[in-house]
Design a protein around this ligand. Structure first.
Ligand SMILES: [Zn+2]
Length: 98
């Protein structure tokens, strides 16, 4: 199993999100898991669920449970959507719930 798939399973990341890369940064004692929204899948408004244009993308970071002695960081380019009804909203991400 590829490490990107392994981390997708561990973190419960599902389409349209995917793990693009896993970077082991030994010097900083951390693992950075890069998550992206599949560019081939339309972004959807978090309010109404309609496929709407992407307004822009903001890079956000979350601290996850550590992997052994390494800090585990999820870094994702989170699209903001441009809905004609609801305006500019940030897409929800499953791994940030709770
Ligand atoms: Zn909407």
């Amino acid at each position: 199993m590829a490490e990107t798939e392994l981390y997708a399973r561990i973190l419960g990341i599902e389409a349209p999100w995917r793990v693009a890369a896993v970077k082991l940064q030994l010097g900083q004692g951390q693992i950075v898991i890069e998550v992206e929204h599949d560019p081939d899948v339309p972004t959807t408004c978090p309010e109404c669920g309609q496929a709407v244009p992407r307004h822009d993308t903001r890079t956000r970071r979350w601290r996850h449970l550590d992997t052994c002695q390494y800090r585990t960081i999820i870094e994702a380019g989170v699209p903001r959507t441009s809905c004609p009804k609801h305006g500019t909203l940030t897409m929800r991400v499953s791994w940030a719930d709770g």
